[in-house]
Design a protein around this ligand. Sequence first.
Ligand SMILES: [Zn+2]
Ligand SMILES: [Zn+2]
Ligand SMILES: [Zn+2]
Length: 175
Amino acid sequence: MIPSSDRAQNLSNRSMATGTSSSSLLPIDEEDEILMLYGSKSGWVEAKTHCDHLASLSSDLTHIPTPDTPCNRCQHPVENWLCLCCKEVLCSRFANKHMLEHYKLADHSLALSFSDLSVWCFSCNAYLDAQVIMPLQSVHFTAYVLKFNEPPPLRAVECVHITDNRADGSSTSGK
Ligand SMILES: [Zn+2]
Ligand SMILES: [Zn+2]
Ligand SMILES: [Zn+2]
């Protein structure tokens, strides 16, 4: 008879070896996780802070469909993209590629992912930094609030100074 604890350990070792499942069991140290998210020197492509195709943005991006809107064409329910030019919601290249098709047919380059709220430019073939590129900030903000019911966390961006309001208590005493 095999002691059940040994068997369990065996199983969990095997699932670790095969990858993605049950990663919560092992303590990933934070640095590794950051490397996994952002990549090391190779592989990770920086989001662009400039794009020549912003002129095609919809003039009203304050009213956008909610992030759970299905694909307008095939009703695919999740991980859709919002066209930032005409506000159509279309599925990704991992579903039925309707956003990609829309770019080819309508020449609408800019799309916002409803799964991670990143902005992709098909013409630049690159992600755009929606929190840095001015015309994209408000739609990113709006989509974030729709998805999470709260405003996005402030990010330390070099060109933005948010320290002025914290001028009380001149030294860094903390609590
Ligand atoms: Zn572009
Ligand atoms: Zn679709
Ligand atoms: Zn469009």
